[in-house]
Design a protein around this ligand. Sequence first.
Ligand SMILES: Cc1cc2nc3c(=O)[nH]c(=O)nc-3n(C[C@H](O)[C@H](O)[C@H](O)COP(=O)(O)O)c2cc1C
Length: 410
Amino acid sequence: MNPSNPTPNISTPLTLSNGVVLKNRLYKAAMDEQLAPNNTPGQVLVRLYDTWAKGGAAVLVTGHVMIDRRFSANFDTTAVDDERDLPILQAWVQAGTQNGTKLLMQLNHPGKQIPKNVNKQPVAPSAVPLSKELSALFNPPRALSEDEILDIIRRFGQSAKIAEKAGFSGVQIHAAHGYLLSQFLSPHHNRRTDNWGGSLENRMRILVEIYHEIRRQTSDGFIVALKLNSADFQKGGFGEDESVQVLAKMAALGVDLLEISGGNYESPAMMEGVKDSTKKREAYFLDYADKARAVIGDVPLVITGGFRSMAAMNEALSGGSTDMIGMAKPYAVMPDVADKLTSGSLTHIATPPVRTGIKAIDKRLGGLLEIYWYTKQLHLLGQGKPANPNYSAYKTLWGIVKDGVRRERG
Ligand SMILES: Cc1cc2nc3c(=O)[nH]c(=O)nc-3n(C[C@H](O)[C@H](O)[C@H](O)COP(=O)(O)O)c2cc1C
């Protein structure tokens, strides 16, 4: 907790250790916009950020941006691995930094979490496939060579350098949700016996090296943030005790902002939470936040997942559990949710689950339906239209089928 603000609320500004001032405590967490055909962001994406920046959040984090377009998480996900799109990145910055907003580019390599119609041969720390349930959608990965690991580290730095050149306020390293860095951290997914696997020190080496490389390739004052899982919530995976140790290390190295989430494609806790005790506090990972606090000193903490009411947000802030309120889905259905909360005109935002009501479909495809439905909302906003909270789950399902057929046909 910032000592100058003993009882902060959602409207209280926050000063980072590098002197950057965030105008309030509301933080739009990353959502893959899928508005970059051939990995190139376009005007629809720029317009989406224009809308969001005008909506009052202190920080906007972009959807994950690929550091290597050969390994893209999806067909229309932005990639920044050279300067070919600098002018549109600059337009993105201009839109996303209006109104005193800070814009962070989330940098990611998906590792094995690439659908097989997007990439037939994904890579990972080790050749461990995703669970049986996901094997219809994802091909087994091959293990990375050491040279490839070093190349990935360099690429994170290079993407950050381009982000800074375009004018982004900073970057966020994505080490959560089961993507490549999360796979390295997990003893289940990382079975390497070299310097990049085994002990926690080895499993976190790639993350530490990426952090140093980004600092090396960017200037002082450029924000470097991290998104980390509190746990993967799977047997033999990355757990809370190890997560706390990674946070302590990254805080000691000087990371500017830490965001906590949890889960992965095999165990999607980030989308639905896990524990009854945390559900009572609304946000899924608040219990963990209390443990994280003890080891990260003054580094500001953002908890993301589940926040929906002003009362729970202000309680988490004033109690010192978190310094910022991370939310994603609310910004898709109400782009000015931050303004509405700080002005007091809104005290609760509902984001009901997207379900068809057909058990077999909802059980198998519920997560995918939800992602498609929210992505649809982002596309509406980017087209200058209002969000459509009544958009039906059936239409969403039909969209998934049509998209699948179109992609298969090329
Ligand atoms: C459509 C969609 C896309 C997402 N894409 C990303 C992403 O690119 N990177 C990321 O870290 N999290 C991503 N997330 C997860 C959110 O950042 C967040 O952790 C999650 O939605 C829980 O927060 P909420 O309950 O406030 O929505 C995505 C979520 C949604 C709904």
